[in-house]
Write a protein that binds this ligand. Structure first.
Ligand SMILES: C[S@@+](CC[C@H](N)C(=O)[O-])C[C@H]1O[C@@H](n2cnc3c(N)ncnc32)[C@H](O)[C@@H]1O
Length: 389
């Protein structure tokens, strides 16, 4: 990939380059033939910029709903928030605020979502190329009036806004970090910001160490399609007093104090809470909502005799269960004519991939895919065979 310059961005934003990009949208892209065709009309730099951009737009479709109208830069696209998460955050976390700053806005994953949610956005970006790309992107989506792009270090600015969002870079020298003092900018700068802006939310790696945050910080976790995406730390008016989990695309939020401890045997259904619920420490709170109980106080599997439909957990109908014995499990799989088996574990030392291999000979062609849970019940190794509902 050829690196972008402000001049390259000006070229890519021109009507002629935009027309080339539009023409390439549905075409196969080949580094030799496509570039050779482009070279008939353009110089080497221009042809490379167009080709790279055509590829990035394709990649961008996974994150941006209107990727084919936007311009990207490879690393900034990697760092950009996924569309549904940015949209949810803009509408639900920043819902009450009108003037919002996006500090370190990149190419606009969040700034554009905030503007689309009706906010007036001050988007600050240090890098001149990214700032130029964001300016183009806001205009391309008809949001230029709502997004003011400032190429600056936000730490030097007087911020006259009601709320601020920051998504600090978590890569340094090509390596990812979850350490809050190694982010760019580090946590200390973001904490100082909380003294100047009434409401501040900061996107962090979900694997963060809670102890690195000041105790009064609000904390929530967001998942998308079952994958844990981010932690959100809140300061000032956004210092939520209780942890929360948001599960997307359903847009369901679970919050509150952790529920009472309730454990019991395996019932008719087994639930696996969404990773955001688990990470937020809300497994027992979810148990209250589902009228369910934990199989073990240390294990994030819930069980119940009646099933409630929820996006906050995946559910299985229990077909068999008992103390962990390999020959019993083989017999269960034969009895139910399993065609495939997926092994999941919590508090079990068994390697799921190796165990799946061992169970292969008990499977019958064309049968359903069943799930085998290896866990502990009353502190004994336990197995549960389930059918996903
Ligand atoms: C993780 S990216 C932001 C991605 C963005 N939220 C999105 O969804 O597209 C962080 C950005 O912050 C910028 N940045 C880092 N420190 C900054 C500072 N002090 N002032 C302004 N921008 C900064 C980096 O150049 C980078 O583009």
């Amino acid at each position: 990939m050829r690196s972008l310059t402000p001049e390259a961005v000006r070229f890519l934003a021109s009507p002629a380059a935009q027309a080339e990009l539009a023409a390439l949208a549905g075409e196969p892209l080949d580094p030799l033939t496509t570039v050779a065709t482009l070279r008939k009309r353009w110089g080497a730099d221009e042809a490379a910029w167009i080709y790279d951009q055509a590829r990035l737009r394709r990649k961008g479709r996974a994150k941006f709903p209107y990727a084919d109208a936007l311009l990207f830069e490879a690393e900034a696209l990697e760092q950009a928030s996924a569309g549904p998460v940015a949209r949810w955050r803009a509408e639900r976390v920043f819902g009450p605020y009108d003037r919002v700053a996006d500090l370190g806005a990149g190419i606009g994953g969040d700034a554009l979502a905030l503007a689309a949610a009706g906010k007036r956005v001050l988007a600050v970006e240090l890098d001149p190329v990214r700032a130029a790309l964001l300016e183009h992107n806001a205009a391309a989506l008809g949001l230029a009036e709502r997004v003011g792009v400032l190429r600056a270090d936000w730490r030097t600015l007087d911020l006259d806004v009601e709320a601020a969002f920051a998504d600090p870079a978590r890569r340094r020298g090509g390596r990812r970090t979850v350490r809050l003092d190694a982010m760019e900018p580090p946590l200390a700068d973001l904490q100082r910001l909380a003294g100047r802006v009434p409401a501040v939310a900061v996107k962090l790696a979900p694997a963060l160490d809670r102890r690195e945050l000041p105790p009064e910080t609000g904390l929530g976790f967001v998942s998308l399609a079952g994958e844990l995406k981010e932690a959100l730390a809140g300061f000032g008016a956004l210092a939520w007093s209780e942890p929360w989990a948001a599960v997307l695309p359903a847009g369901v939020r679970l919050g509150g104090p952790e529920g009472p401890a309730r454990t019991g045997p395996v019932g008719a259904y087994l639930y696996e809470p969404d990773p955001a619920v688990i990470r937020a420490g809300l497994v027992r709170r979810l148990a209250v909502e589902l009228d369910a109980w934990q199989l073990d106080p240390q294990v994030a599997y819930l069980s119940a005799d009646e099933r409630r439909t929820t996006p906050l957990a995946r559910a299985w109908e229990v077909l068999e269960q008992g103390p962990f014995r390999q020959r019993d499990i083989g017999a269960w799989l034969r009895t139910h004519g399993a065609g495939a088996v997926e092994v999941k574990r919590r508090r079990s030392p068994v390697d799921p991939a190796l165990f799946e291999k061992k169970l292969k000979r008990t499977l019958s062609a064309g049968g359903p895919t069943l799930t085998l849970f290896l866990t502990r019940v009353r502190d004994r190794p336990w197995a549960v065979l389930g059918l996903r509902v």
